[in-house]
Design a protein around this ligand. Structure first.
Ligand SMILES: [Zn+2]
Ligand SMILES: [Zn+2]
Length: 408
């Protein structure tokens, strides 16, 4: 794929200065809020209050959401401390002090510049958009609700499946429609994963994803209270699955990998290897990926290569954030005829009027021609079993929904 222009030196320095201020400001807010809540917990308020109070009023789901959010912010701070210790003690151990600080700064830029600058933009704008969506749009969408479920425990399972369906729809289209990929690609650009990568989202994507979630969930009967609680859990787990390999080397998480999306699943989703591209769209439950055939287990023999396929310096934030939009604009401008211009917007990334050989699914299919076994999951075995009279072999790892077959 082609690339956008390199940054001028002055603009790069400006970006880095904004990043240093954003880093200081966001870290100060994070640590002071966290510290304040921990301090208040001693008096039975703060984090302790956020867990205990909902239990007393029998709103157990709020208590669970609080626990998950507390664990989440603890993990983000712990991962950052671990990152600095690793860099200063192991990876830059024998360097001269000046080279050492230069090395650490470069590593901080690679790992945290995309997330802190994206969060800065997010802090400035989309909160207004989200408020607008919730307070203005919700009543309109509710008029089309088929029904609204109660808050019983089984309704939560139904609501979660609806939420995950909307996530799959939003995420799949974000990868398969070029314009939406322009909004989603900043999230995939980082060349290393850490939990703050979950902050890297283009502002328009926040708008689009909330719109899809609202439409699918509310129309299918999800209670708005559940919607907000599930959004909290989703965001916390969504942050955790980006945990770095420094902090959690083996991301399979044992038996849990059969029930929920683990860091190993999401590392696959962030990979640009032909085997892994455009797979594992789910956020918490692998159910819909299994159903739609987009579940791909992490394979030891194919080491994950993070990032996007075009040539990109991840410390060039302008290119990371706007580069795909610029490239789309160039393709539209150079395309012949209205039909091709429109197709560039709605077809998958890599599509050209000459064909689809450069799209992610074409590259994956090409790769699988010589390595078909690497993509096999229990779904393939299940379908094969149905076709051949319910006969199945042993199941592959990374699958949640295991069909226990009758052996002939
Ligand atoms: Zn994605
Ligand atoms: Zn991600």
């Amino acid at each position: 794929m082609s690339s956008t222009k390199k940054l001028s030196k002055n603009w790069r320095i400006t970006e880095n200065v904004i990043f240093v201020f954003a880093f200081g400001f966001i870290m100060y807010s994070l640590i002071s809020t966290y510290g304040l809540y921990v301090y208040d917990s001693i008096k039975g308020k703060g984090y302790i209050g956020a867990i205990i109070d909902p239990i007393l009023s029998h709103q157990y789901y709020l208590s669970i959401v609080s626990v998950i959010i507390i664990l989440n912010s603890t993990c983000v701070l712990w991962e950052m401390v671990l990152f600095i210790i690793h860099l200063s003690k192991q990876e830059s151990g024998n360097m001269h002090w000046f080279d050492r600080y230069k090395f650490i700064f470069k590593k901080v830029l690679v790992n945290y510049k995309p997330s802190f600058l994206a969060l800065l933009i997010y802090q400035l704008l989309p909160k207004l958009i989200l408020l607008h969506m919730f307070w203005i749009w919700l009543p309109h969408v509710q008029r089309f609700a088929l029904f609204t479920v109660n808050l019983k425990w089984y309704s939560w399972i139904y609501a979660y499946l609806c939420w995950e369906l909307s996530t799959w729809v939003f995420h799949f289209t974000s990868h398969r429609v070029r314009l939406l990929w322009c909004f989603h690609s900043p999230h995939h650009a980082p060349s290393e994963l850490n939990m703050t990568v979950n902050w890297v989202h283009f502002i328009a994507e926040v708008y689009y994803s909330t719109f899809i979630h609202l439409i699918v969930c509310i129309v299918l009967g999800v209670n708005p209270l559940m919607f907000i609680a599930i959004m909290g859990i989703d965001s916390a787990w969504g942050t955790f699955v980006h945990i770095s390999e420094r902090a959690l080397k083996n991301g399979h998480m044992g038996i849990l990998q059969y029930l929920i999306i683990t860091p190993a699943h999401h590392r696959v989703h962030h990979a640009k290897n032909p085997l892994y591209v455009d797979t594992n769209f789910a956020s918490v439950l692998p159910f819909w990926d299994w159903i739609f055939g987009t579940l791909q287990p992490l394979k030891e023999e194919v080491k994950v290569d993070y990032g996007i396929t075009r040539d990109l310096d991840v410390t060039n934030f302008s290119d990371l954030y706007f580069g795909e939009l610029l490239l789309l604009w160039r393709d539209i401008k150079n395309a012949e005829g209205i039909k091709n211009k429109v197709l560039y917007v709605v077809k998958p990334p890599g599509w050209t009027p000459a064909g689809v050989t450069e799209t992610a699914s074409a590259l994956r299919q090409d790769f699988l021609k010589t390595n078909p076994a690497l993509s096999v999951t229990s779904r393939n075995r299940f379908l094969t079993a149905i076709r051949s009279g319910l006969k199945m072999d042993k199941l592959e790892d990374g699958d949640a929904f295991v069909y226990i077959s009758k052996q002939e």
